[in-house]
Design a protein around this ligand. Structure first.
Ligand code: HEM
Length: 486
């Protein structure tokens, strides 16, 4: 009897059971989504009513914001993607993951880092770099886990039985190799900074970057974790899920490869587009604008490839929940990637820079696109590996509509706010005058946000109940149905 069969007959899973590490990463990610969005709701409410918590320092906006951002990026999305990698890589290489135990050890370490991240940021310890707020000692643990994950995945690929590398494997290998490099650069890891609130700007050792140079490093990192980690990881998931669920080979292998190599070329150029309106060198801005426009190549090749694979299969989204999540994510990805290059053009950038338009765009990418892709992967991997059907497809359906409509309310309200702010600032209105006008929009964002929070808790409940008491898959037909996301 194999370990998986033992599990499906109700016996406790062993520590080395195949895909148990994949599920462990996914379970953690689900909890982090609930935590991260709950913090977000506090932050969103503070933007409507700044004093509603009575000024408790641990819960002030400046501390809650980075806790939210780090929770949903590094501990929800990253953990969900890594969990999915630990499923997809063995499937595509014909080998179990190199070390299930190592994958679980790194999962525990990652969770410990997450808890310390919340505690230190709430206490006011921050590196004060966007997306890189975690302080230096935590950075070291982050680096260790990233390297352990990279080792585990690369060793699995190295020992593979299937000689040909499918495009998802390229994307996954790229992601796990790029992330540690990018993280080290963005966190200026060679210049430890513990961010003690009582001694701001004091480094453990001297030699930190400062001012505009620091911002350049920061945004090289800031956009590369989006482009060479979350995007490439998400694209890997979609390239796996769509052909498997529709039982249709990918439309064009060549296009998928053009997409992979062009994303690695263009994405690494774009970081500076976050600080176009700053006194940084003109050539860096030019490179960033060119790279941003070049991004049309990987985006359009990817989307054309996926949508052409869907030809004749569109009807399946009614029967397959994972497919529904994944495909709605591709539509949001298209909108993200139309907005992106336009935002990198100086004339439009002048209107939206520093406004809430950018926050709306960030949610379009990370919530509308990557979060729905990750949710699709979860609803595929959990039933197939546990051999249990989803406890409540009805609840999953409600989750789908809550996350999609909640996200749309967030994005639309924020981008309207952004345009109002941009127009008024260009007219020379002082910031304080515009603030009052924005309250109703921020209230809409908080309402949309609470729908996303509810969807995160629904997901947690539904997956918990699936693990505990989801109907068992017993017949070959039920198994085949699960394998097409049914
Ligand atoms: C998986 C879901 C989510 C992801 C991945 C996500 C991601 C992000 C990111 C990346 C930022 C930083 C944006 C920037 O560059 O300035 C951010 C900021 C923020 N998010 Fe979210 N978010 C999610 C859900 C939510 C929800 C549900 C709410 C509302 C309840 C929310 C409220 C906020 C707020 C208030 C900020 C700070 C904006 C500011 O500084 O003006 N987010 N989020």
């Amino acid at each position: 009897m194999t370990a998986t069969q033992e599990y499906s007959t109700g016996r406790v899973a062993t520590y080395t059971e195949e895909y148990s590490a994949s599920r462990a990463w996914i379970y953690s990610s689900i909890i982090w989504l609930a935590i991260g969005t709950s913090f977000a709701l506090i932050a969103a409410t503070e933007m409507v009513s700044p004093d509603f918590l009575g000024g408790i320092s641990y819960l002030e906006f400046g501390r809650i914001r980075p806790i939210h951002v780090n929770s949903v990026t590094y501990f929800w999305l990253s953990m969900a993607n890594i969990g999915a990698f630990y499923y997809i890589v063995p499937k595509l290489t014909g080998r179990p993951i190199w070390s299930e135990q190592l994958a679980k050890v790194s999962m525990w370490l990652w969770n410990i880092v997450g808890i310390l991240m919340v505690l230190t940021l709430a206490a006011g310890f921050s590196q004060a770099r966007e997306y890189a707020e975690m302080i230096w000692p935590l950075d070291i643990f982050v680096m260790i886990v990233l390297l352990l994950n990279a080792l585990n995945i690369l060793m699995t690929v190295y020992k593979r039985r299937e000689k040909k590398l499918y495009v998802s494997i390229w994307y996954i290998m790229g992601s796990v190799v790029w992330l540690p490099m990018v993280y080290a650069i963005g966190n200026v890891i060679w210049s430890p900074f513990v961010g003690n609130p009582s001694e701001p700007n004091q480094n453990l050792f001297s030699g930190s970057l400062a001012g505009i140079n620091d911002a350049t490093w920061n945004w090289f990192y800031g956009h590369n974790i989006l482009g060479l980690w979350f995007t490439t990881g998400g694209v890997a998931l979609v390239y796996y899920l769509v052909p498997v669920i529709t039982k249709t080979p990918i439309y064009s292998h060549l296009m998928s490869m053009i997409g992979f190599w062009s994303i690695s070329l263009f994405y690494s150029m774009v970081g500076q587009h976050h600080i176009l309106s700053t006194p940084t060198p003109g050539y860096l801005k030019l490179i960033a604008t060119m790279g941003s426009i070049g991004m049309f190549i990987p985006v359009l090749t990817f989307l054309t490839n996926i949508w052409m694979t869907m030809r004749g299969n569109w009807g399946r989204i009614y029967a397959s929940l994972p497919l529904k999540f994944v495909l709605v994510g591709t539509v949001f990805y298209f909108i993200t990637c139309v907005q992106g290059p336009f935002q990198a053009v100086q004339s439009f950038n002048r209107l939206i820079h520093f406004t809430n338009w950018i926050v709306g765009h960030a949610h379009l990418a990370l919530l509308g696109t990557m979060t729905t892709w990750a949710m699709g992967a979860i609803y595929y991997i959990i039933p197939v590996t546990l051999k249990r059907r989803i406890y409540s497809p009805g609840l999953a359906e409600i989750q789908f509509w809550m996350v999609v409509s909640g996200f749309l309310l967030i994005m639309i309200s924020l981008q309207v706010v952004g345009l109002i702010q941009g127009a008024e600032w260009l007219r020379g209105e002082p910031v304080y005058k515009t603030v009052q006008d924005l309250k109703p929009y921020f209230a809409v964002r908080a309402i949309g946000g609470s729908m996303v929070v509810v969807s995160a808790y629904i997901q947690a409940y539904n997956i918990y109940k699936t693990v505990r008491s989801g109907p068992r898959i017993q017949t070959q037909m039920e198994q085949s149905l699960a394998e097409v996301g049914g």
